[in-house]
Design a protein around this ligand. Structure first.
Ligand SMILES: Cc1cc2nc3c(=O)[nH]c(=O)nc-3n(C[C@H](O)[C@H](O)[C@H](O)COP(=O)(O)OP(=O)(O)OC[C@H]3O[C@@H](n4cnc5c(N)ncnc54)[C@H](O)[C@@H]3O)c2cc1C
Length: 435
């Protein structure tokens, strides 16, 4: 650890989207901030590349379980960015704001707070609409009036991450990479009282007046649980996570744009189709994702795959969990939401979409491939684990400010919402501290 890095006003854990916003805003307000990032390598900067393939060195692979209904991740692992910019440096990059009705369950003042945070976030990130490719155009034609254009944060063929856009180092933040936090340090060793800093994996310690966890919905739950904040302390950490389950449908070969130039992947998504379909629990809100190319074109090292589009359920009733790892130190286990009613809604929607697009070619419908949107949120929810300024209930000197705090997952990709909420919570930290 560099000399002098053993104390700060604020330690922000995790340089993902939330951490970059928080660190920058607190430094601008005159706080001495250390930003700790577990990862030590940078993700590829080329726009459109998702470096989550088998040889990636910029992700953490978390173990994931599926329940009986069989929806959720196609594999036994969930990737999360482990690099400056966090998952925002490896994600699909589609930026959509939540609708006011998405925030209904968040509390009366959230629509206004969110709107202010969103304005600040979009001013920095400046996501832009991108042109539709042939697949998006064909899907849009099949669902007139249901298509929404979505924005991507890219400039001159490069991905713009939150680390680029908020530039914490430029505001005086001390950014330390390769610095995974193991646990929180408690005053007098008394778990759950006053937090006075963090302990890193290598046993180094940093003291701080305030620790702000921005390690993502899995990483933050992991640090909290390892530090004794969980069911035993009366905090339901990791107990009620939400995800947007997705299934993938094979497209017939004549749909695709061809292999194209492998060095210049187009934006994976330019448009989505939003549908409301009657389902087992009321109106199932469906997002059809006309991915522009097969996934192996944008994920380095992935075996060739058919070109598929996604059909995702945006208002699932199922809830999942993040559980503490075993004492063998094998990391947390994620159990994805897996409610049979969601599986049934998704199955009906996939069938309807396949028929409308005519992609079954008169034969049997292609079997949907289970997948997940990678939108996990809600492992330390406002009202249950933290208050609506992100302070961990019953503790002093620590907050959470990332996707973990979402009381309800908006019916859209969470990236822009993570940034908007972090902007709001940063303003509250600044207003709430006299130092
Ligand atoms: C593959 C993929 C595709 C996605 N596509 C989209 C999309 O197209 N649109 C969309 O809206 N959303 C998308 N998402 C979701 C979106 O990227 C996330 O919701 C968002 O990045 C969450 O931000 P965060 O700050 O909460 O956490 P993260 O982005 O996960 O950042 C957490 C950071 O904390 C660090 N960290 C974790 N633990 C520790 C520790 N103990 N000590 C120090 N550092 C730590 C991590 O290394 C990471 O850098 C995608 C996610 C993934 C993984």
């Amino acid at each position: 650890m560099p000399p002098g890095a053993h104390a700060a006003d604020v330690v922000v854990v995790g340089a993902g989207p939330a951490g970059c916003v928080m660190a920058r805003r607190l430094a601008e307000a005159g706080r001495d901030v250390i930003l700790l990032e577990a990862g030590s390598e940078r993700a590829p900067t080329r726009a459109g590349v998702l470096d989550i393939g088998p040889a990636s060195r910029v992700i953490t692979r978390y173990r994931a379980d599926l329940g009986g209904a069989g929806i959720g991740s196609a594999g036994p692992e969930l990737p999360r960015g482990r690099t400056l910019g966090g998952s925002g440096a490896v994600n699909g990059g589609y930026c959509t704001p939540a609708r006011p009705s998405d925030l209904a369950g968040w509390g009366a003042d959230w629509p206004r707070r969110y709107a202010v945070g969103l304005a600040r976030a979009t001013e920095r990130l400046r996501p832009r609409l991108v042109a539709a490719g042939p697949v998006a155009a064909r899907v849009a034609a099949a669902f007139p009036g249901r298509v929404s254009a979505i924005a991507q944060a890219r400039r001159d063929g490069r991905r713009v991450t939150a680390f680029d856009a908020w530039g914490p180092a430029g505001a005086g933040v001390r950014v330390l990479t390769g610095s995974p936090v193991r646990e929180l340090r408690w005053s007098g060793g008394r778990t759950g009282g006053r937090c006075e800093g963090v302990v890193l994996d290598d046993d180094d310690e940093i003291t701080a007046r305030e620790v702000i966890l921005c390690a993502g919905s899995i990483g933050t739950a992991e640090v909290l649980l390892r530090s004794g904040i969980g069911p035993r302390s009366g905090h339901p950490v990791g107990r009620s996570t939400q995800e947007h389950p997705e299934v993938l449908l094979d497209l017939p070969p004549d749909w695709g744009p061809g292999e194209g130039d492998p060095l210049v992947p187009p934006p994976l998504l330019s448009h989505v189709v939003r549908l409301g379909l009657p389902g087992p629990t009321g109106l199932a809100e469906i997002e059809v994702r006309p991915y522009s190319v097969p996934m192996h074109r944008v994920i380095p090292g992935l075996d060739p795959q058919p070109h598929r589009i996604g059909v995702a359920l945006m208002n699932p009733v199922g809830r999942g969990h993040v559980r503490e790892g075993s004492s063998r130190g094998d990391g947390p286990r994620v159990v994805l939401a897996d409610d049979p009613r969601d599986a049934s809604a998704l199955d009906q929607a996939a069938g309807m979409v396949a028929d409308r697009l005519g992609i079954s070619g008169g034969g049997p419908r292609p079997a949907p491939v289970p997948s997940t949107s990678q939108h996990l949120a809600g492992s330390a929810r406002i009202g249950e684990v933290v208050d609506d300024s992100g302070r961990v209930l019953g503790c002093e000197g620590m907050r959470v400010a990332d996707a973990s705090v979402f009381p309800v997952l908006p019916r859209c990709g969470p990236y822009l919402s993570v940034l908007a909420v972090a902007e709001d919570l940063a303003a509250r930290v600044i207003a709430g501290n006299s130092w």
